[in-house]
Design a protein around this ligand. Structure first.
Ligand SMILES: [Fe+2]
Ligand SMILES: [Fe+2]
Length: 193
């Protein structure tokens, strides 16, 4: 359902397993960024009551995910490290057309968000299947389902409000762009690394 062009090499999971503390720290900050992103979209598009309602809910879920990751970090005697940069997301950000009208910018921001959910979902699915750690396997399975729902939320709002924008064409272009970006990843113990 996610229509990504490239799947992650399963050997990425071995890299993750070599440094669980690092993946958990990176993951925690991914959830923080997801919550922050949802709040930014609300701030920029406050006149759509259903979008505000659903993204408030989504932001709450991302904060809950942040808290769940932090709980695992504490339980395992680790410490939440400093905020990690996400170079995959920063590269993806360049796809967005910051010219264009406000509606086009909203559609792009929603599609950008849907794409990050889709890739995160793919990574969580792989982790849940391959990681040699029953607690994290179950955890990533549950998160995969939640992030798949977020993907649907973002893409549905892009289609609903993108009147006059060829949303499918834009999405296909993003899928193509993302496949070029992700080619260079899968080599480090971060969620999008
Ligand atoms: Fe999340
Ligand atoms: Fe999400």
């Amino acid at each position: 359902m996610l229509h990504l062009k490239l799947e992650t090499d399963p050997r990425w999971v071995n890299i993750v397993e070599s440094n669980i503390e690092e993946i958990l720290t990176d993951h925690a900050w991914c959830e923080q960024k997801a919550a922050t992103n949802a709040i930014s979209i609300i701030t920029l598009n406050s006149e759509y009551p259903d979008l505000v309602t659903d993204l408030l809910e989504l932001a709450k879920e991302e904060l809950e995910h942040f808290q769940m990751v932090h709980d695992i970090i504490k339980k395992r005697g680790y410490k939440l490290g400093r905020e990690r940069k996400d170079s995959y997301v920063n590269e993806l950000y360049k796809f967005m057309n910051n010219g264009g009208n406000r509606l086009q910018r909203m559609v792009d921001r929603l599609l950008f968000s849907a794409m990050i959910e889709a890739r995160s979902c793919e990574r969580f699915k792989l982790l849940s299947k391959e990681i040699n750690d029953p607690e994290l396997s179950k955890f990533y399975h549950d998160l995969m389902i939640s992030e798949a729902g977020h993907y649907t939320t973002f893409i549905n709002f892009a289609r609903k409000y993108g009147k006059g924008v060829d949303v499918d064409k834009r999405w296909n272009a993003l899928v193509e762009f993302e496949s070029e970006v992700i080619k260079n990843y899968g080599k480090s113990e971060t969620i999008h690394g």
